[in-house]
Design a protein around this ligand. Structure first.
Ligand SMILES: Cc1cc2nc3c(=O)[nH]c(=O)nc-3n(C[C@H](O)[C@H](O)[C@H](O)COP(=O)(O)OP(=O)(O)OC[C@H]3O[C@@H](n4cnc5c(N)ncnc54)[C@H](O)[C@@H]3O)c2cc1C
Length: 401
């Protein structure tokens, strides 16, 4: 039995947000400072236990699951340091995106984008390449420009330029991040509008629409075959109207207030990132298959979004402008058959699965999808040669064993 005041023996089940992933770690660590985080990692390593960092458990793939030690940074949150002129901030790794958005706004700063919700931890979002939508907007991991982490030897290390491309989207396998230094924008306001239309009206003008707004995405509803468009633009900019579409919502606010929404109904999700130039074709094939085979059992929407290319080794948008297509299924309904069937289509289009959502790939399938795969593994092995942060699942995902 390990004894440490911030490491608690545990016999309760932990679940992810949707409830589809359940695990029971032997210990749960909630360090209050870096010294405690170092001791937890050292003690676990000494006893041959695996350490799995966890955020707000909004991932539904087993990247958060462990039988050994789950460590949360929830006690290490808040704005630590910032420079509004230079456009950066250092934040505690456990800070929620929501709290961070408010704290940044108060000092005149903002993230360049947000995803559909903002209750995740910033470290969870950065570690899985969480993204919003916008032709020119990269995922949230690209905000990371430095910070600190506790590595497998129980020492604190600065996140320097030598490992930054591995650190963005590192799935908790390089170490336990304690603080993240983020590149930010001066705070800005947005007008959010939502429009209802038909798929054909929307698809005829998808290029123009997606380039015409700062943030643009589309929900398709299989049951009605209708779509909802969401556009966000600086006030006074963006399209005047959209032909054939009805404006159903309009609001204006600071970016951190209007980019994300609250999600009450729980769902499971599969999302693949495909090259932007085959996005429409892939979506139409997905739609056809849903209409032919799954429409009776699938009532929920399919989400179509854009992410700009970046150079993080394991970014789902690595080296290519990207379209992401997400399948949602109510969390009380079976999803396996539906997701597995559509996954085959995504893979034919060179799709890369969202790291935090459902998918069926392992290292041998993933490696060919990521040109810098081996560089990531090199950095990971250098920082964690004994695999302290490599649970069995992470081993199969990254090492193929
Ligand atoms: C309702 C809902 C909406 C969503 N919307 C979007 C969206 O719009 N866009 C999108 O791209 N994704 C979306 N997601 C996915 C979600 O953003 C990711 O799964 C994200 O990682 C969740 O953050 P979290 O704080 O819950 O982290 P967790 O899921 O708990 O952890 C995620 C990863 O972060 C690592 N990690 C956690 N803490 C640390 C630490 N201290 N050091 C190192 N690594 C750490 C974990 O090991 C794990 O690999 C959504 C998920 C849900 C449930």
């Amino acid at each position: 039995m390990i004894h440490h005041r911030s490491l608690h023996p545990n016999d309760a089940e932990l679940a992810n947000w949707s409830g589809s992933l359940v695990f029971r770690p032997r210990y749960v660590g909630v360090p209050r400072d870096e010294e405690e985080a170092c001791s937890i990692v050292r003690l676990a390593a000494r006893d041959g236990l695996k350490v799995r960092p966890v955020g707000r458990r909004h991932s539904s793939s087993p990247i958060i699951a462990t039988d050994d030690v789950a460590v949360s940074m929830e006690n290490m949150s808040g704005l630590i340091e910032h420079d509004t002129e230079e456009g950066w901030a250092l934040v505690g790794a456990g800070t929620s995106l929501d709290d961070m958005g408010r704290a940044l706004n108060a000092v005149g700063l903002a993230t360049h984008n947000l995803g559909d919700i903002n209750v995740q931890s910033v470290v969870g979002a950065v570690s899985t390449c969480t993204h919003g939508s916008g032709r020119t907007l990269t995922n949230l991991a690209t905000m990371l420009i430095g910070g600190r982490m506790v590595t497998a030897d129980g020492e604190v290390r600065e996140i320097g330029s030598d490992i930054i491309h591995a650190a963005r989207g590192s799935l908790g396998t390089l170490g336990l991040f304690t603080a993240l230094k983020l590149r930010l924008l001066p705070r800005y306001r947005l007008r959010r509008r939502e429009w209802c239309t038909t798929l054909s009206e929307c698809f005829e003008r998808l290029e123009e629409l997606s380039h015409g707004s700062r943030n643009f995405d589309m929900y398709w509803y299989p049951r009605s075959d209708r779509v909802k468009l969401r556009t966000l633009d600086p006030p006074g900019e963006g399209p005047e109207g959209i032909e054939g579409a009805k404006l159903v919502l309009e609001m204006e606010g600071w970016s951190n207030e209007v980019l994300s929404r609250k999600r009450v109904l729980r769902f499971d999700e599969m999302e693949y990132a495909v090259p932007a130039d085959v996005g429409e074709e892939c979506f139409l094939e997905v739609r056809k298959r849903i209409m032919q085979r799954h429409r009776r059992t699938v009532g929920w929407r399919v989400l179509y979004r854009y992410v700009a290319a970046d150079d993080a080794y394991l970014s789902t948008a690595h080296g290519r402008d990207t379209v992401t297509i997400s399948l949602h299924q109510n969390n009380t309904l079976p999803y396996d058959e539906y997701f597995n069937d559509i996954e085959e289509v995504f893979l034919r289009y060179g799709g890369r699965p969202h790291w935090g959502k459902k998918h069926g790939l392992e290292a041998e399938d993933l490696e060919p999808l990521y040109p810098r795969w081996s560089e990531f593994q090199r950095v990971r092995r250098e920082l964690d040669p004994e695999g302290v942060f490599l649970t069995d699942h992470m081993g199969r995902l990254l090492e193929g064993c």
